[in-house]
Design a protein around this ligand. Structure first.
Ligand code: PLP
Length: 404
């Protein structure tokens, strides 16, 4: 039996005028709920169906309806890819099975002898992939403080093909001036690509493509998913050839997310704007509280007045986000005590969920860089500030700090 509405029709179906208009001109919050998504034409279901299928029936040999095999393409994944691209202000989105899978796929566009200039406090797993794996394939990596524009300029080599940075960084919350770095790169004779990991900020707070980046990469595991229930990644770009190459690799390598995971990220994205507003408001209040607390040596929060990059952060970000780190005067022992004594802040890796998390980077997320130049202060505590009531969060930190 032939299904009444072909899958291709589902994809290319004419949007009602009001949705077409909306998709083109809408603001972020509206795009988050509607971009790439429309009511299912067969049933009217308002939520994008989870197309839990590996293959697609063909009408004749080689005559398919837009989809052949789910590693290559899946309608739930396509909806997510369209939505993330729209939010980043980009043309093309690609979804991956994790943030690291997205990173891995982008680096695979390089050839032996190529050089990557990376930020010197990129996520520990990114450093591990570069240093422990890709170096074996003849790629070269060097690391600079990308907040220092002169260091970026000097760090570029004739063989540099990618400049890879995060802003704000994990876990030090350093902020790089994206427009300024993009300008330096564009003036370089070999025009390397600028890749920005936008996981911490999310497209709601900052849109790197509009500031001159070539590729935006995400761990959708974090704020985009938003509920600590899925692992995923994404990349967004504007140049068709770059999209074609990365889509080829996405299919050839196969690190794709399943439809259920795509559905979860799509569902999370719908509330991204309201969640980020609350994450930022709570984190800003905690930064003020911690800055006034005697046992705390330093507070790292992009919009905090004492932050060395606060002016750049205010220029390119809507608000400071939900990530906050602080250094305890009591060092490693105090950091461990605080992290083990909080009751609402759960002791866990990862970030970006609605619930607050606490961790000690030197002993947890950044253990893989312990012996390197990227090692972090053992007294550093990182918070992923959730959307609980801020009074409860402050009270929880206060009772834990009292014991440190
Ligand atoms: N980029 C950043 C900034 C991260 O914090 C992480 C994970 O913590 C990743 C990338 C890797 O993402 P995933 O864990 O989804 O592979």
């Amino acid at each position: 039996m032939r299904i009444a509405i072909r899958l291709l029709d589902y994809l290319t179906i004419q949007l009602p005028d009001y949705l077409n208009e909306m998709n083109m001109k809408s603001k972020f919050e509206t795009l988050a709920i509607h971009a790439g998504q429309q009511p299912d034409p067969t049933t009217g279901a308002i939520m994008t169906p989870i197309f839990q299928t590996s293959t697609y029936v063909q009408d004749g040999v080689g005559e398919h309806r837009g989809y052949e095999y789910s590693r290559t393409g899946n309608p739930t994944r396509a909806a997510l890819e369209t939505c993330i691209a729209a939010l980043e202000g980009g043309e093309f989105g690609l979804a991956f099975s994790s943030g690291m899978a997205a990173t891995d796929t982008i680096v695979r566009t390089l050839n032996p002898g190529d050089h990557v200039l990376a930020g010197n406090d990129v996520y520990g797993g990114t450093f591990r992939l570069f240093d422990k794996e890709f170096r074996r394939y003849g790629l070269e990596f060097s690391y600079v403080d990308t907040t220092d524009l002169e260091a970026v300029r000097v760090g570029l080599r004739p063989e540099t093909r990618l400049v890879w940075l995060e802003t704000p960084t994990n876990p030090l919350l350093n902020v790089t001036d994206l427009a300024a770095v993009a300008e330096i790169i564009k003036a370089h004779p070999n025009r390397p690509l600028l890749v920005v990991d936008n996981t911490f900020a999310t497209p709601y707070l900052q849109q790197p493509l509009t500031l001159g980046a070539d590729i935006v990469v995400h761990s959708t595991t974090k704020y985009l998913g938003g509920h600590s229930d899925v692992v995923g990644g994404a990349a967004v770009m504007n140049v068709p050839e770059l999209h074609e190459r990365l889509a080829f690799l996405q299919n050839a390598v196969g690190a794709v997310p399943g439809p259920m995971d795509c559905f979860l990220v799509l569902r999370g994205i719908k509330t991204l704007a309201v969640r980020m507003d609350r994450h930022s408001a709570n984190a800003a209040a905690l930064a003020d509280f911690l800055a006034a607390y005697p046992k705390v040596g330093k507070v790292l929060y992009p919009f905090h007045d004492a932050h060395p990059h606060a002016a750049v952060a205010r220029k390119q970000m809507r608000s400071g986000g939900g990530m906050l780190s602080f250094v305890l005067q009591g060092g490693a022992v105090a950091a461990k005590t605080v992290a083990e004594r909080t009751q609402i802040f759960a002791l866990a890796e990862s970030l970006g969920g609605v619930e607050s998390l606490i961790e000690v980077p030197a002993l947890m997320t950044h253990l893989s860089v312990a012996e390197s130049d990227l090692a972090v202060d053992p007294g550093l505590v990182r918070l992923s500030v959730g959307i609980e009531h801020v009074d409860d969060l402050i009270a929880d930190l206060e009772q834990a700090l009292d014991k440190a």
